[in-house]
Design a protein around this ligand. Structure first.
Ligand code: TRH
Length: 380
């Protein structure tokens, strides 16, 4: 369905953390692997990129990774011709010279702003609308989303089938976990924890430690480690550290490649995730989850959280929905979640079914890369 030989440029400025590069790297790879497109990914911070893709050479101005031409976006821009499709991720500003190169093309490129993910209703109405114009080149809003009429979510071809097979294969899971140094006790529930700093963590860990059943908590290196260390009353936590407190085992994991992180999510009974990309990946895992939303000025993230919760909990009984709402809202507000966790545990089978059903429902939508390509084909 694609026009081969179409050239795409994706521009990514790393604002903070790993979501900006996480999303654009995933998209770039998919456009190459599944749509045979020629893709350049311009990134201003190769160090952040290296964390999710260790093969990156942080000193290279140009390199190929998995078929994607990765270009270091230099402070001093060097003139280059504009591509057929130009994606500015998360409203980043393109170099002036590149904008002129877009305008100089005989046929202007399709210029799109790939926006942040939100479940809010207005997204459906704004997806695909014109944004600003530069000379003859019109910019278009492209919104990812959960509802028909949006750009959908990033999802690689065959991902859900691959995930299902892996979750049915106990030996493959054991082998994967052992590769990360994880020995899972047969009766222990496995939880992954990827979050920003969170004052509400203590109460959760208290409850997990005091529980009758064992929990193995896996914490990838990152911003929440300071809170975990404080709760454990240890000075520091480094990769490989394992601590036991009553029923709770806490283990610090290395930051792994994106595909390995997917497998980790697929192994776990419950995943705490954050930001945008890990949030989506936990949904594809089909297991109950908890989202630490990225905090924005004037609490505007609150509307995003409420909008997602309304969609995600629509199939739950009122009691289970209330428990999920309480848990998610408290966690994102940095409030104690111990009691909310216990309330949610009462509805565990229902939460598991809901996670599966939600994943299947979302899997019926066209994935974001395909939607972008289709948008281009409709546009030309
Ligand atoms: O890192 P994040 O918090 O990123 C973002 C940015 O802050 C961004 O500016 C903001 O706009 C956005 O959140 C909402 O969370 P996110 O989006 O989940 O990105 C993390 C990426 O890191 C994701 O691609 C998964 C990947 N990852 C790994 O590859 N290996 C790992 O071990 C872990 C824990 C994550």
């Amino acid at each position: 369905m694609t026009e081969t030989n179409t050239r795409w440029d994706i521009f990514c400025t790393v604002v903070d953390n790993f979501g900006d590069i996480g999303v654009t790297w995933r998209l770039a790879r998919q456009l190459v692997a599944e749509h045979s497109l020629t893709v350049r990914l311009w990134v201003d911070d190769l160090r952040a990129f290296e964390r999710i893709c260790p093969a990156i050479d942080i000193d290279a101005a140009q390199q190929y990774q998995q078929g994607v031409e990765v270009r270091h976006w230099p402070v001093e821009w060097v003139h280059t011709d504009a591509a057929d499709v130009v994606i500015a991720a998360f409203a980043c500003n393109l170099p002036n010279d590149y904008m002129d190169a877009m305008a100089a093309r005989e046929r202007p490129p399709l210029w799109m702003n790939l926006d942040y993910l939100s479940a809010e209703d207005w997204v459906v109405g704004c997806h695909g609308l014109p944004s600003v114009k530069y000379k003859s080149v019109q910019k278009i809003f492209f919104f990812p989303g959960f509802q028909p009429g949006t750009g959908g979510l990033l999802r690689e071809r065959g991902l859900l089938e691959q995930r299902r097979r892996f979750q049915q294969d106990a030996a493959a899971q054991r082998q994967f976990l052992q590769g990360l140094g994880i020995e899972r006790a047969p009766d222990a529930q496995l939880i992954s924890l990827f979050a920003y700093e969170n004052a509400g963590l203590d109460s959760w860990l208290d409850v997990l430690a005091a529980a009758d059943t064992p929990t193995h908590l896996l914490v990838p290196e990152g911003r929440i480690l300071g809170d975990v260390a404080r709760w454990l009353e240890v000075e520091t936590l480094t990769v490989g550290a394992i601590h036991q407190r009553q029923s709770l085992t806490v283990q610090v994991l290395p930051f792994v490649r994106q595909d390995q992180y997917d497998h980790l999510l697929w192994c776990c009974d419950f995943n705490a995730v954050r930001g945008e990309d890990s949030f989506v990946r936990a949904q594809w895992a089909g297991r109950p989850m908890l989202w630490h939303i990225y905090q924005q000025d004037e609490d505007i993230h609150q509307d995003k959280l409420d909008a997602f919760l309304a969609l995600y909990t629509k199939g739950l009984s009122p009691a289970a929905a209330e428990a999920m709402n309480g848990l998610w809202r408290a966690w994102s507000a940095g409030q104690p979640i111990g009691e909310h966790w216990l309330a949610a545990c009462k509805h565990w089978p229902e939460l598991q079914e809901n996670a599966q059903a939600w994943c299947l429902e979302q899997g019926l939508q066209a994935d974001l890369a395909t939607a972008l390509v289709q948008f281009y084909l409709n546009w030309i």
